[in-house]
Design a protein around this ligand. Structure first.
Ligand code: LLP
Length: 451
């Protein structure tokens, strides 16, 4: 099973992360509980920094906040990385409120409202990642002439189909994102930016082709398409674009069947492609950006649940019903995402921290279970078949690899308060986000006929 970097088993046969007994964390903070391994996040940031550092091109790593964002995470990224991608006014607020330097923020979003654009401009956001003509016009209108020019990048659609779930492919020809290169919209967008020359500074083009990508050869294609476009812009319009942002997307291992590439290999593919196509198209780039989300936080997080009822139904199918589910992890339902789990208070086997999906491997006899959530939906299944040691009510179930797109996509469905997040490191633990209370659920509610 793929547990976070610092996971171990202690002499009570409990799982520990960051030197903390997970069962004690569950007793202290309650469940469901997201546990984040700080050392694991730092290691990924470091790996991106080190591998995406080239002698011939200046490179910035921008963390994609949509994967997992809260105040403390912004503060960690502030220390560990140069940039933060936010994709809405709300994410921008979280970042600014945490003290994140606005000039290191990249403001994404494919339908920014006038208010969001004004908020971004007024707060000194470093870069607007412009998705469409409506946004471009609003930016041109709201930016005052003569003042400091607002840096922008144009999001282009390269027409590349990444090898991943179709819901998370974002660079196909018919995708809703960006200005199409093939349709000519991207060239037209560059022309229009020129009209706002005194107000907007075009620092580069951006593309994000998808997420949870294993086959990284598509990044070579992406770099080729982007540099070729830059050549066409230069030849056709005489405008020099010198930066490319290739988005995020590197896949991670959720189960032992997954064969993701790693950061080192991605860096080699991207750098080789930059060198090759800069030469081929005689284009000089001076800035490269990459925007990872999942591969920074995904493996660092787990969700700790408590088993409630353990139920045997037709054909001896056995359910473990946990105290959370689709409200804290919607990914199995949305993308048929696969997860692994273990019983954190029954960590018998030495292989528990290896890559076997049936994590508590030992002499202890195993049973097949379905791990289901507490929500009023038959589809609220987190893992449909897993072998675990016999589970009883009150056992602690850890579902691994929930650091990315779980908390950030969580909801209050069925009136479920959002789970707390605890950070662990070097034997210490502290809350990053408090558990919501029932009162939080009605915070914004107004009584019948009351104004
Ligand atoms: N940059 C942009 C513009 C993006 O839209 C995204 C993700 C990223 C970077 C980061 O991609 P990553 O490195 O995390 O793959 N909810 C889906 C994933 C949606 C990804 C959205 N965009 C999931 O749970 O699989």
């Amino acid at each position: 099973m793929i547990l976070p970097l610092t996971s171990k088993i202690n002499n009570k046969k409990n799982l520990t992360i960051g030197g903390n007994d997970v069962i004690e964390l569950g007793d202290k903070y309650g469940t469901p509980l997201y546990i984040m391994d700080i050392e694991a996040i730092k290691k990924q940031c470091r790996s991106y920094r080190e591998n995406f550092s080239f002698p011939d091109i200046d490179t910035d790593v921008i963390y994609a906040g949509k994967a997992f964002l809260c105040t403390a995470m912004c503060q960690l990224i502030e220390k560990e990385g140069p940039g933060l991608d936010v994709s809405s006014g709300g994410e921008l607020f979280i970042a600014l409120n945490s003290g994140f330097p606005p000039e290191r923020i990249y403001f994404h979003g494919n339908n920014k409202s006038p208010d969001e654009i004004k908020y971004g401009l007024e707060s000194g956001t470093g870069y607007f990642m412009v998705d469409n003509f409506t946004e471009l016009e609003m930016l041109g209108k709201f930016c005052s002439k003569g003042a400091k020019r607002q840096k922008i990048m144009l999001r282009v659609n390269p027409g590349i189909k990444a090898d991943t779930h179709e819901y998370i492919q974002t660079g196909k020809l018919n995708s809703k994102f960006g200005f199409g290169i093939h349709s000519g919209a991207a060239l037209e967008a560059v022309k229009r930016v020129k009209q706002y020359d005194g107000r907007l500074e075009l620092t580069g083009i951006h593309a994000h082709i998808g997420s949870q990508i294993f086959n990284i050869s598509c990044y070579e294609k992406l770099v080729e398409v982007m540099i070729k476009f830059i050549k066409d812009v230069r030849d056709g319009l005489g405008i020099l674009i010198t930066g490319i942002n290739i988005g995020g997307g590197l896949g991670i291992k959720y189960t032992s069947d997954d064969r993701p590439s790693n950061i080192e290999d991605l860096a080699v593919v991207v750098h080789n492609a930059v060198v090759k196509y800069s030469r081929k198209f005689n284009v000089r780039l001076d800035k490269l950006y990459i925007e990872p989300g999942r591969s920074i936080v995904g493996n660092a997080g787990v969700t700790l649940y408590k088993a409630g009822t353990v139920k045997e139904v037709n054909d001896s199918k056995k359910y473990i019903i946990v105290d959370g589910g689709m409200s804290d992890n919607i990914r199995p339902m949305l993308y048929q995402a696969k997860y692994t789990a273990c019983v954190a208070n029954k960590m018998d086997g030495s292989g528990s921290l290896g890559i076997s999906d049936n994590s508590n491997d030992s002499e202890v006899s195993k049973m097949h279970y379905t791990i289901a959530g507490k929500h009023c939906e038959s589809g609220d299944i987190i893992i449909s078949d897993i072998e675990l040691p016999a589970v009883s009510e009150g056992d602690f179930i850890v579902v691994a690899t929930t650091g990315a797109y779980c908390y950030s996509m969580s909801s209050n469905y069925n009136g479920q308060p959002k789970s707390a997040i605890v950070a662990v490191e070097d034997g210490k633990n502290w809350l990053w986000v408090k558990r919501q209370t029932y009162k939080d659920l009605v915070m914004g509610d107004i009584k019948l006929y009351e104004k």
